[in-house]
Design a protein around this ligand. Structure first.
Ligand SMILES: [Zn+2]
Length: 409
């Protein structure tokens, strides 16, 4: 682990701690039964506010080799995403490519879901993803993918071998990268003169509007809002010319950037910066107030679960997403409250959640002998879950919402 002393966007040293989630296990490091007896690596999970550019960030950086070389998150396994990506592909191809010879490069391309859709539309596509296991899956589905971390050096190599990219895409990856100056230099090397860098990331505003604090874990080094991003791109002769907000896994911001002055800057950029200002995102006090609200949510949820447990109710977690581990750890909810957590991804079933050590079972198993209450760890998919579990709801199984206004639904 290394510890930054400067803001990763503006290089200011004026960083103020506002949210300390304690020593925490890695959110995606699910454990085998044998591993439960061994010491579990834990790292500080502390969020700092940059007093100069306003970026919220972790300064304790776990080695990317540890986090991303053998990744358990497969895009294709997630609900909602395929349709979102199909539309995304259409927009990237019809909006920014003029001929089929032009190249689209995606960094952190995962199992190639988006690039496969882009290829289907006839474009040239190249993926770059450090997760060797996942890059293999992408290559097998016919999406050429280099199993590497993106960097300025890598960008030079790719540009030399494949040509400059008309479109560079990065979904849920900018927040993962510690050296953002290297990323921007790389984008500068890889992109064609009129090329566009499109990236999508959870929008920090979501933390204030929907209390999505559980998106805080070691992989997410930056909590992105538009004002600090605008400043970052300007340092490298680039600019963000459009931003769209999408309700996918909470609110995501899709930003469009290019070389400065190449495209008309849309009103969305200024409007969102104005919104962030009105919300007080440039002030530390706003962040401290958020943490006070989170403490309240935590208190209410823990009280409810403890009471249910005292009344002899059986409680399990619905879903075992990475973010759920942040929630369990911060709320201090463990195996004394939860019997198990459900999952559909085969990669997690039979393992134990990091930190809280809750056994993970297939959701089909849970349906056969359901608990009295499910704690909604996958609360951001609440509506889809209710639809899918109609039979359980009819049978009287209750769901507990742990964020927003916590309570039984
Ligand atoms: Zn800064």
């Amino acid at each position: 682990m290394k510890t930054n002393t400067q803001c990763r966007m503006c290089k200011s040293g004026r960083l103020s701690l506002f949210f300390d989630l304690g020593e925490t296990a890695l959110a995606n490091s699910f454990l085998s039964k044998e591993a439960l007896d061994k010491p579990e690596p834990k790292y500080p999970l502390k969020v700092y506010f940059c007093e100069d550019c306003g970026l919220s960030q972790l300064i304790h950086v776990v080695e990317p080799e540890v986090l991303f070389r053998n990744y358990v998150y497969f895009s294709s396994g997630m609900p909602v995403l395929p349709e979102h990506f199909r539309k995304y592909a259409e927009e990237a191809v019809s909006g920014y490519l003029r001929s089929k010879e032009e190249l689209v490069v995606e960094i952190g391309s995962n199992d190639g879901l988006l690039l496969a859709a882009i290829k289907n539309l006839g474009a040239r596509a190249l993926g770059i993803d450090p997760a060797v296991n996942i890059a293999k899956v992408a290559n097998e589905r016919g999406v050429e993918t280099l199993p590497e971390f993106f960097s300025e050096k890598m960008a030079e190599k790719v540009a030399k071998k494949y040509g400059n990219a008309k479109v560079m895409i990065g979904n849920n990856v900018v927040a993962h990268i510690n050296d953002l100056h290297d990323l921007l230099k790389g984008a500068g090397k890889l992109l064609a003169d009129d090329g566009v860098f499109i990236f999508e990331a959870p929008y920090f505003v979501d933390m204030f509007e929907n209390f999505a604090f559980d998106s805080i874990y070691h992989e997410h080094l930056s909590y992105l809002s538009i004002r600090p991003l605008k400043n970052l791109f300007e340092q490298f002769g680039m600019e963000i010319f459009d931003v769209k907000i999408f309700p996918v896994q909470g609110n995501s911001a899709r930003c469009y950037a290019g070389r400065a002055g190449k495209r008309r800057v849309r009103s969305s950029v200024g409007e969102l910066i104005e919104k962030e200002k009105k919300m007080g995102l440039e002030k530390l006090s706003t962040h401290l107030e958020l943490v006070r609200r989170l403490e309240e949510m935590k208190g209410k949820t823990v009280k409810l679960l403890t009471e249910l447990k005292a009344r002899g109710k059986k409680i399990a977690a619905y879903g075992s997403p990475a973010r759920g581990n942040t929630l369990l750890n911060y709320y201090g909810i463990g195996a004394d409250i939860l019997d198990y957590a459900t999952e559909e991804l085969p990669s997690k079933i039979g393992l134990y959640t990091p930190g809280a050590h809750i056994p993970v079972i297939h959701v089909a198993e849970a349906r056969k002998n359901p608990p009295d209450y499910f704690l909604l760890l996958a609360w951001n998919y609440k509506d889809a879950i209710f639809k899918k579990e109609e039979a359980l709801v009819k049978a009287g199984v209750k769901f507990v919402l742990p964020v927003g206004i916590p309570g039984v639904l």
